[in-house]
Design a protein around this ligand. Structure first.
Ligand code: GLA
Length: 410
């Protein structure tokens, strides 16, 4: 059966002429929104847990709160259901169906609601024969499913890779990208293609990935813990295959959802995640219960100074430039040329802030120029007339971040 699936998909793909460029004009800066997975998982028990199950009620509540609580004004635009929105089987004509109890208006009705609020709707499917949670996958239905999503007026598709043949990814994701383009409806296409390959020791073809996808998951699922955040940051910093160089307007590396406001991180650690996701030009997909969020987490998610770094129009992904014991330095070029963000993160759990002696060149400053160094979170001035050869002592809290927005003086 598996061999037959593989053969069929090869035949299917060989018979369509595939344009490799994802030419949908979307995601010119990293997409921002809300995604159900990390916080709400595959809770389909609306009988015992009606307020938290995956349902149109939940998605509509989040859409409402994105507006009334200022998230939309801060830039968050996509409200997305992850896995488990579907019925367990397709309709008689083969098309996908939303679970009728949990989504009584159907996905089209939900899209209408979300659009009436000025937001966009995201949905989830899987390139294999089943989703990760066992709902119908798109294998053999790529074209039909693309058309269904377009007819529902979906704006973003997260396309997972569970229950698929690893070998098929390099053709299957471009095929779905082709079919999405063919519908004529612009839909952000987000792929899990490199995740499944990297975790199996296969080097992903980032050129092909960027051609087909608007953003792509590089590494394992984020969990509600500091260890998970650090594991992801380490993977992104290792940058194996130089994937950072493939980020730019239209296509982004994706270290996974924001867990700011959930249960697992301290306030310092939440600042690390949010600051680092800005350094890495990552999509900012919150996965949090917006009905119950600590005020400081909400303020962080809406920090306009950090969001501006995330959304910098040049779209150059920051990279790790130095590791000094448990402290590491990251640098991201910003607009206009000469400006940058520099972040120090401290993995020490020992409790005492670290004092890191550096020179201006460690911050990324170029010799012969003068800079103003601002705290990236508050935009208050930290150093005036900074230059490459001056010594600085940077204080970084344990499991914390010190992040600068550095501007070239004219
Ligand atoms: C995979 C993905 C997650 C989420 C779940 C849903 O684990 O990586 O982001 O979509 O599937 O089942």
């Amino acid at each position: 059966m598996i061999m037959m699936d593989s053969l069929l998909i090869t035949v299917l793909i060989a018979t369509v002429s595939i344009t490799t460029a994802l030419d949908n004009g979307l995601a010119l800066t990293p997409p921002m929104g809300w995604l159900s997975w990390e916080r709400f998982r595959c809770n389909v028990d609306c009988v015992n847990d009606p307020d938290n199950c995956i349902s149109e009620k939940l998605i509509k509540q989040m859409a409402d709160l994105m507006i009334s609580e200022g998230y939309k004004d801060a830039g968050y635009e996509y409200v997305c259901s992850d896995d488990c929105w579907q019925s367990m089987s397709r309709a008689a004509n083969g098309s996908l169906v939303a679970d009728p109890q949990r989504f009584p208006s159907g996905i089209k009705g939900l899209a209408d609601y979300v659009h009436s609020k000025g937001l966009k709707l995201g949905i989830y499917e899987d390139f294999g024969h089943l989703t990760c949670e066992g709902y119908p996958g798109s294998e053999f239905y790529l074209q039909m499913d693309a058309q269904t999503f377009a007819s529902w007026e979906v704006d973003l598709l997260k396309f997972d890779g569970c229950n698929s043949q690893l070998d098929d990814s390099d053709r299957g994701y471009p095929a779905m990208s082709f079919y999405l383009n063919q519908t004529g409806r612009p839909m952000v296409f987000t792929c899990e293609w490199p995740l499944y390959q990297t975790t199996q020791g296969i080097m992903p073809n980032y050129t092909g990935i960027r051609d087909a996808c608007n953003y792509w998951r590089n590494w394992k699922d984020v969990q509600d813990s500091w260890d998970s955040i650090i594991e992801i940051i380490d993977h992104m910093g290792d940058d194996v295959g130089n994937f950072s160089s493939f980020a730019g307007p239209g296509g982004w590396n994706n270290p996974d959802q924001l867990i700011v406001g959930d249960f697992g991180l301290s306030q310092e650690q939440e600042r690390v995640q949010f600051g680092m996701w800005a350094m890495m030009a990552s999509p900012l997909m919150m996965s949090v219960d917006l009905r119950n969020i600590r005020p400081e987490s909400k303020a962080l998610l809406q920090n306009k100074n950090i969001i501006a770094i995330n959304q910098d129009p040049r779209g150059i992904m920051g990279v790790r430039t130095q590791q000094m014991g448990l402290v590491e330095i990251w640098n991201r070029p910003l607009t206009p040329v000469g400006n940058m963000a520099t972040a120090f993160i401290n993995k020490d759990t020992g409790g005492k802030p670290s004092i890191v002696p550096v020179t201006g060149s460690d911050l990324g400053l170029v010799s012969g120029s003068l800079y103003t160094v601002y705290d990236a979170f508050t935009m208050s001035v930290v150093y005036n007339n900074a230059s490459s050869n001056v010594n600085y002592k940077i204080i970084v809290n344990p499991t914390g971040i010190t992040m600068f927005n550095i501007q070239l003086q004219k």
